[in-house]
Write a protein that binds this ligand. Sequence first.
Ligand code: HEM
Length: 449
Amino acid sequence: MSQSSDASRYRPIPFVSGAVPGRGHFEEFCAHPAFFLQRAFRECGEVCEFDQGGMRTVLMVGPEAHEAVFRAPDEQLSAPAAYQYMVPIFGPGVQYGAPIEIERQQLKMHAKGLRAERLTYYAPIVAREVEDWISGWGDEGEMDFYEAFADLTIKTSTHCLLGAEFRYSLTDEFARHYHDLGEAADAAGTVDHTRQKAVYDRRDRARKALGELIIERIHRRRNAGETHDDLLQVYMDATLLDGSHLSDEQVAGMVVWFMFAGHHTSANTAAWTLVELARYPDFGREVTAEVDQLFATETELSFRALRKLPLMEGFIREILRAHPPLNALCRRVMQDFHYKDYCIEAGKNVMLSPYVAHRLPQYFPDPERFDPHRPEPENVFAYIPFGGGQRKCVGNAFALLQVKTIFGTLLKEFEFELAGPPGEYREIMPSLILRPSDPCVLRYRRRKH
Ligand code: HEM
C-alpha cells in the first residue's frame, strides 16, 4: 500500500497556529520553549505538530503518551539521532557519539558509580563544601543565588564524583570550560549564526582543554599506581562486553558528559528551592523545623540521616513538578510511530515536556498552586522531571541527595527572604534550562539559636 493511502487511515495531527513562512515556530519556540509548548497544548491538545525551522516536531502530552515514547526502542524513537548536536560537546566515542550498544554499556558505568552504597560517601562531602562556603558569609547579606549555586554544585560534583584531588586543583578552570560547553548546547537553537560560530569555537577549545586536564590526571594515577574510590576510577577500570577498556579520550568524554548532565540541573533545582522557601515562609518554617528536629538527634548529615527529611523531600519534588529544569525531551522517529489514531512519520521528532505534563489538572489538581504536601499521582508516567524508561536520569538519587544536603546545612544556620517583590522571580528559559529570572537575589540572616 502506498504511504499516502496508508496515511489517510490516520487522524491528521493538529498543526499549531502562528507559523512564520520559512521559519515556522522557530523564534517563538526559542524565546521560551516551555511557554510555547504550553500554548501549543492548550490550543491543540495531547498530540500536536509544530515546525522548528524545518524540523517537524510532534509534542505528545499525558502519561499514556509519555509511556509510549519512553518504552519505544531506540531503533524506532532515537535519542542519539535527536541529540546529535551534543556530540562535539562530549567528544566522539561516548554517549550519542558512540554506537548504541556501546552507549548502553556506558550508561551502566554511570549507574555503577552512583549505586546506593556509594551515595553514603557523598552526603558528608556535600555538607563539608556547603560549610566551607557559608563560613565566609558573616551574619547577614545579599547574594545572587543562581550564580552561587552553579558555583557550589560544580565543586560538590567534582569533589564527590572525581575526588578531592580534582576538586582542589582544578575547579576554577573546570568551571570556566564547563560554562563554554554549556553555551554551545544553548546556541544549538540560536537564530544568530555569527554568534553560533563564535560559541562553537569556544566550545571546541574548552572541550580540548578539559580533555587534556582529565587525561593528565588519568596518567598521573596510572604512573603512581594509585586507585581512588570515585567515578573517574570506575570509568578507568570498566570493561566493555568484549573485554576492552575505554580509551583515555573516552574516559575524559564520560567525565564531561556526566558532570554536564548533573551540573545546571542540580544548581537550578537548588535555586528554585531557595526562592520558593522564601516566597512561602509558612512552608519555609515547616521545613526548617524538620531540619532542627533532625539535628536534635544527629550530629551530621549522613545518607541515613537525610531519610529523616520527608517534608524537605516533598518540597523538592514539588519544585521539580512546578519548575522542571529540562523541558524539551526529544526523540527522532526512525520508523513510523503509531499512537492512538495518529501516525507520526519517520524523519520527524517527537517531544515530551515535563512543564506541560506537570500542569495537567487531572493528575495535579489546581496545578498553579505551589503545594509541597501534594500526593504523588498514581501513574508513574504523569510526573516526569527525570524522564522515564530506559533513558531515565541515572543521577536522580544523587541530585536529591545533593539538594537535601545543601538545604539541611543552610537552614540549620541561616534564614532567607526575597530581596525583591515575589512577582519578580519569574520563570525564564534563555537556554535549555527553565531557571529563575536574572539576577536571583535573596537576603540571608544568621539564625539565633
Ligand atoms: C534535578 C536534577 C536533574 C534533573 C531534573 C535531570 C533530568 C534528566 C532527564 C529529564 C533526563 C532524560 C533525558 C531524556 O529522556 O531525553 C536525564 C538523563 C540523564 N541524567 Fe539527569 N537530571 C538531573 C540530575 C542529574 C545528575 C546529578 C546527574 C549525574 C550526576 C545526571 C545524569 C544524567 C545522565 C547520565 C542521563 C542520561 C542521558 C542519556 O541517556 O544520554 N542527571 N536527566
